[in-house]
Design a protein around this ligand. Structure first.
Ligand code: ATP
Ligand code: MG
Length: 417
């Protein structure tokens, strides 16, 4: 029996890496251009961190976390998302003196979910968190940044930006009660899961995908009508700014998000190109979370995007780079092989990239491998070239070939790049 990966967990093979590198590099450039710096937090934390930050009644904490006791008996969890760790780090490192604080992260997250297309148990997110900015300018800029990244990747055509306001500590309570009363009268139409959620987390029912629940949700009182004046101003302000930037969006009163910590602005970017797993990015404001976690009251906003889903969109566009690149050095015979190693090292020291054929054998076999690896050029060192201190230079793109002296190789390769 061979050993396989764990269910819902996969390798990113070398063929896929260019897509992932394109994603990461584009994101790094754009996040940095907006003033975000990278933070790298641990892959596991005390379970309590997620229970408190994400919310003990959230689906993530109740059903999806990888939780275990370590050998010392402490309960730890693999991180299911990035915000909790960033908030912990912000407080633990006393960064409240350094506001505003803007960071981005990218890396694996872990959730015990039912694996399907675009949904895994180990998946990757890249996200940003901005601490200290209270007004809607920050919200609007963050959305513009996300859209800029998606445009840069040329995957913005089937996407929609949806926004909503979830209110704050003062207006959400009364809304929750109105909603609870409304839903309680219609319990018969709700799914089993939502009947259970009714007491603990009625807002989440708005977001249920079940047929009956969706019918009820469409009739339900909307949060927007219950916002207190400061929250209503914030939401109006945000929409004005999005209009001003000509950033298309939709107000979705049923957008509530699965994490308990959100206040005011919540948003999602969805696509029609991925079937059921339609959210590619999601985020919102969490003005109460830092204080809740033991820090001072600091307004904050953040988002995360799912990298597997972005990679699927990129692959759907055929953006994988299939063009020829790089130079291969092929040597025929033992002495030529030895000399090729020394020459390749010299040329690399001079700053050009040369890849050796690792397996050797006949020239024909080596040429076939270089062709399959999509090399752009090959340099061939045979017995005769060895005697003349030259190589046969072949351009696999146009078929041209000529002999060049060892001393001219670096110059010739530089001239090509
Ligand atoms: P969903 O409704 O798809 O479960 P979510 O609300 O749980 O998403 P968030 O916690 O907001 O998702 O995470 C942000 C983004 O991370 C999602 O929009 C999605 O692109 C991605 N994501 C979340 N869970 C997974 C997963 N299990 N596999 C792959 N990507 C995921
Ligand atoms: Mg989920």
């Amino acid at each position: 029996m061979t050993i396989t990966t764990v269910r819902g967990v996969r390798d990113i093979l070398p063929e896929e890496s260019p897509t992932w590198q394109l994603l990461e590099e584009s994101a790094r450039q754009i996040f940095a251009a907006y003033g975000y710096r990278e933070i790298r937090t641990p892959l596991f934390e005390k379970t309590e961190l997620f229970a408190r930050a994400v919310g003990a009644t959230s689906d993530i904490v109740e059903k999806e976390m990888y939780t275990f006791n370590d050998r010392g008996g402490d309960s730890l969890s693999l991180r299911p998302e990035g915000t909790a760790s960033v908030v912990r780090s912000f407080i633990e490192n006393n960064l409240q003196r350094a506001l505003p604080w803007a960071v981005y992260y990218m890396g694996p997250m872990f959730r015990y979910e039912r694996p399907q297309k675009g949904r895994f148990r180990q998946f990757h997110q890249m996200g940003c968190e901005l601490f200290g900015a209270e007004g809607p300018l920050a919200d609007a800029e963050m959305m513009a940044m996300i859209v800029r990244l998606l445009r840069r990747l040329q995957i913005d055509d089937a996407l929609t930006l949806e926004i909503n306001s979830l209110g704050c500590a003062s207006c959400r309570g009364p809304y929750r009660e109105r909603l609870f009363a409304f839903l309680q009268e219609r319990q018969a139409q709700l799914c089993g899961n939502c009947i259970q959620r009714l007491q603990r987390n009625p807002l989440r029912i708005l977001d249920c995908k079940g047929e009956g629940c969706r019918g009820v949700a469409r009739q339900a009182p909307a949060m927007q009508e219950s916002l207190c004046p400061p929250c209503a101003d914030h939401f109006c302000g945000l929409q004005e700014l999005l209009n001003g930037m000509e950033l298309p969006y939709m107000v979705n009163p049923l957008l509530v998000r699965g994490l308990d910590y959100y206040t005011r602005t919540a948003f999602e970017v969805t696509t029609t190109a991925l079937g059921a797993q339609n959210a590619v990015a999601a985020g919102g404001r969490y003005d109460g979370l830092v204080a809740e976690m033991g820090g001072q009251a600091v307004p904050a906003i953040g988002f995360a995007m799912g990298m597997e889903r972005l990679a699927l969109l990129l692959e759907g566009k055929g953006l994988r780079n299939g063009s020829r690149s790089g130079c291969y050095l092929l040597a025929v015979g033992a002495e030529a092989g030895r000399q090729a190693l020394f020459l390749a090292e010299q040329w690399r020291s001079a700053g050009v990239a040369v890849q050796m054929d690792w397996l050797g054998g006949s020239l024909k076999a080596q040429l076939r491998r270089a062709d399959r690896a999509l090399a752009a050029q090959v340099l061939i060192l045979g017995e005769q070239e060895l005697a003349e201190q030259s190589v046969l230079f072949k351009d696999l793109r146009d078929g041209g070939q000529r002999l060049i002296h060892w001393g001219q190789v670096v110059e010739s390769l530089r001239a090509l790049s």
